[in-house]
Design a binder for this molecule. Structure first.
Ligand code: NAD
Ligand code: UD1
Length: 337
């Protein structure tokens, strides 16, 4: 298949491009490089010996799609492009709605104009809010607590409505749990902008000496050691899930499908710190601090549906994730420039 990957030079997008190319698919990337670097194209080429077609363009730009869809016969779209910082979305909600939601509307409109009718979308476990029970099933109640999460929820609804109205359109919504780690080559990985918000990018910066110590946000949750529990998934496993989703869209009867992509295992902050120390040989000093506003105690996926329908099984464990993250972080202390 020839696949348009929006946000393809970003963290998850770049790993998915590698998986697609290695499985014999052709990749066309559209990214405005707001949160990534064109150097990623060289890295993808180093890993796969194939350089993907690249368009430096904004997903809100109608003309860009006309050019891409006229120059390539696209079979499906994987839609990663978007802004993703929860805190920033509270400060700048209009920018988030414009970029994420309006950008998706333009994409869907141009897909319709050019008869491109399969799309896989990057949703997030954030749409479950504070879940009533874990593991979380896809049919759990949905609700969000910040504008970033709301963009995911609204886009899910927009895609469902679009597929309801157009029987040719097939949509796969993938709800990611916590993607971490990096490609085993150490050539691609996550490059956070500024001070990282997420746990693993912060831990890596403590280990490389960029930050002094980790602040652990609360140790009074009802969990194994009081710190927050999450379902961390290796980004290479997550990327593979997109391939399975594309295959599923080619054969499924339904117009809309929704899958959790996680491992089904929860690890606490302190368990992750220990795993990282074990696999990096570095100490990660930390201090226990107040809870972070908006955080929940425990979140992990029920993986039954993805396993049964997609055949998705995560191959990598928390040690692999920490080892590969450290390999990338120690080789690229400044990120990918
Ligand atoms: P990322 O920031 O590394 O990648 C997103 C890419 O989209 C970047 O390369 C950026 O330059 C590009 N982009 C942003 N706005 C654009 C626009 N208007 N036009 C064109 N390109 C644009 O993020 P990521 O971690 O790879 O996340 C990919 C997707 O997965 C996002 O939609 C994100 O919300 C979602 N997601 C991420 C996580 C996570 O923890 N990383 C969890 C759940 C869901
Ligand atoms: C955050 C986002 C969520 C998003 C997800 C993946 C918030 C409130 N939620 O979720 O919407 O989908 O990232 O991108 O931001 N922790 C520390 N110290 C740190 C950083 C994190 O103790 O410096 C703890 C957190 O309290 C949490 C765990 O580590 O218990 C994981 O945090 P994080 O990586 O930010 O992910 P989420 O909170 O799951």
């Amino acid at each position: 298949m020839k696949v348009l990957v929006t946000g393809g030079t970003g963290y998850i997008g770049s790993h998915t491009c590698v998986e697609l190319i290695e499985s014999g698919h052709e990749v066309v990337i559209m990214d405005n490089l707001y949160n990534s670097s064109a150097e990623v194209l060289n890295r993808i080429e180093q890993i796969t010996s194939v350089r993907p077609a690249f368009y430096e363009a904004d997903i809100r730009d109608h003309a860009a799609y006309k050019k891409i869809f006229n120059e390539h016969h696209i079979d499906a779209v994987i839609h990663f492009a978007g802004l993703k910082a929860v805190g920033e979305s509270v400060e700048k909600p209009l920018e988030y709605y414009d970029n994420n939601i309006y950008g998706t509307l333009v994409l869907l409109e141009e897909m319709r104009n050019f008869h491109v009718n399969k799309i896989v979308f990057s949703s997030s476990a954030t749409v479950y809010g504070d879940p009533k029970e874990v593991p979380i099933r896809e049919d759990a109640e949905l609700h969000t607590t910040n504008p970033y999460g709301s963009t995911k929820l609204y886009i899910e609804q927009i895609m469902k409505d679009a597929a309801h109205a157009d029987s040719d359109l097939k949509v796969c919504l993938l709800r990611y749990f916590n993607p971490i780690g990096a490609h085993q080559s150490g050539l691609i990985g996550e490059t956070p902008n500024g001070i990282p918000n997420n746990l693993l990018p912060y831990v890596a910066q403590v280990a490389t000496g960029i930050r002094d110590y980790l602040r652990v946000w609360g140790n009074d949750y009802d969990t194994v050691d009081g710190t927050g529990v999450r379902d961390y998934i290796h980004v290479v496993d997550l990327a593979h899930g997109h391939l399975l989703a594309l295959e599923y869209l080619n054969k499924c009867e339904e117009n809309v499908c929704v899958f959790n992509l996680g491992t089904g295992n929860g690890y606490s902050v302190l368990q992750v710190v220990q795993a990282f120390e074990r696999n990096s040989g570095r100490k990660v000093p930390y201090q226990i601090c107040e809870r972070r506003a908006g955080d929940i105690a425990t979140c992990y996926a029920d993986t039954t549906k993805a396993r049964e329908l997609l055949g998705f099984i995560a191959k990598y464990d928390i040690d692999d994730m920490c080892r590969d993250l450290w390999n990338f972080a120690s080789k690229n202390p400044e990120g990918i420039q």
